[in-house]
Write a protein that binds this ligand. Structure first.
Ligand code: AMP
Ligand code: FES
Ligand code: ZN
Length: 300
């Protein structure tokens, strides 16, 4: 691992990874052993490895898989569910499964086609639905922290995009922990935020974790994959640049570079009358409005 000037054998690497994750959990005050944890698992290497690491660190955590109904000729959702379900069954772990189509009547690609959000590319509808369902299931079942498997490459790519466009609000919110500071919101944490994607791939391989190797078919030409490629080019010339980019940002933020404005604090002060989650304006939240739109569409 040139980025850390460190070379480890399999045994030591498999101990080192959970140690790093534990350090991040305590450094950013993510959660404690008293918290009720829910891990959002996609069937991919990061979220399944995170679930494995939490178990090894002695945290008890349940899982949540969201069936998005993405087929795209490769049975993407069906296959990823199998990986998540097998992982949970083998280890006797509790996995909540929410099927978007069964609960809301449409798959994510269908939703994207019917609404004007997404323009036939379902990623924004998908992100909206995932955030909504994760928060709903966590609240309904009294989990105190919701965990996702975002790794350093994900976070650095998001930071790169937020910086290129100077998206102040997004920069203020980008953090290893998002506090439950609004009514209806559950605390969120990203314990793998300092782990390189390659480190997580090596971890999953060496631990014998079976995971879906394909990316979501709709992500193929996404800008985030493009930014990841650019950052990897820099990383190969200057090992550690990705980690430094992210950690320097967190330090700058801690030192007050992005202190929130008054307007920012006024955001999300309303509660959606339908689902009870916070929203920026009075009335239905964006998620619930999307379904009203569909109901109207179907009726007319
Ligand atoms: P992505 O948005 O695909 O980069 O995934 C980021 C994180 O969101 C993953 O590491 C998971 O923790 C979570 N996630 C993504 N897809 C799903 C899903 N279908 N069900 C549950 N969690 C998911
Ligand atoms: Fe949501 Fe691909 S569109 S995972
Ligand atoms: Zn709502």
């Amino acid at each position: 691992m040139r980025q850390h000037k460190l070379a480890l054998c399999k045994t030591h690497f498999l101990d080192w990874v959970p140690e790093q994750v534990e350090r991040a959990i305590s450094k950013y005050n993510m959660f404690t052993h008293q918290d009720q944890l829910l891990v959002a698992v996609s069937g991919g290497k990061d979220s399944l490895s995170l679930w494995d690491i939490l178990q090894r660190l002695g945290y008890s955590a349940d899982g949540l898989y969201i069936g998005l109904g993405i087929d795209a000729g490769v049975n993407y959702s069906i296959n990823s569910l199998e990986y998540a379900r097998n992982f949970a069954q083998e280890r006797n772990l509790m996995l909540h499964i929410v099927d978007i189509q069964a609960e809301y009547g449409e798959t994510i690609p269908e939703l994207a086609m019917r609404t004007n959000r997404g323009h036939y590319k379902p990623c924004s509808v998908c992100g909206l639905a995932k955030r909504h369902v994760m928060n709903r299931i966590a609240r309904q079942n009294n989990y105190t922290v919701l965990l996702t498997g975002h790794n350093l490459d994900d976070e650095a790519a998001i930071l790169f995009s937020n910086t290129l466009n100077w998206l102040g609000n997004y920069l203020i919110h980008q953090s290893p922990v998002l506090e439950a500071d609004k009514p209806g919101l559950v605390r969120k944490a990203k314990p793998l935020c300092r782990m390189y994607e390659r480190e997580m791939a090596a971890y999953a391989l060496l631990r014998g974790i079976h995971y879906i190797q394909e990316e979501c078919p709709f992500a193929e030409d996404s800008t985030s994959i493009y930014y990841k490629g650019l950052l990897n080019k820099m990383e190969s010339d200057k090992p550690g640049v990705k980690l430094n980019f992210y950690l320097s940002f967190l330090r700058a933020k801690r030192d007050g570079l992005f202190s929130p404005s008054i307007d920012e604090n006024a955001e999300l002060l309303h509660t959606c009358p339908e689902c009870g989650q916070p929203t920026s304006a009075p009335g239905l939240c964006v998620f619930c409005r999307m379904f009203i739109q569909i109901e109207n569409h179907v009726e007319t």
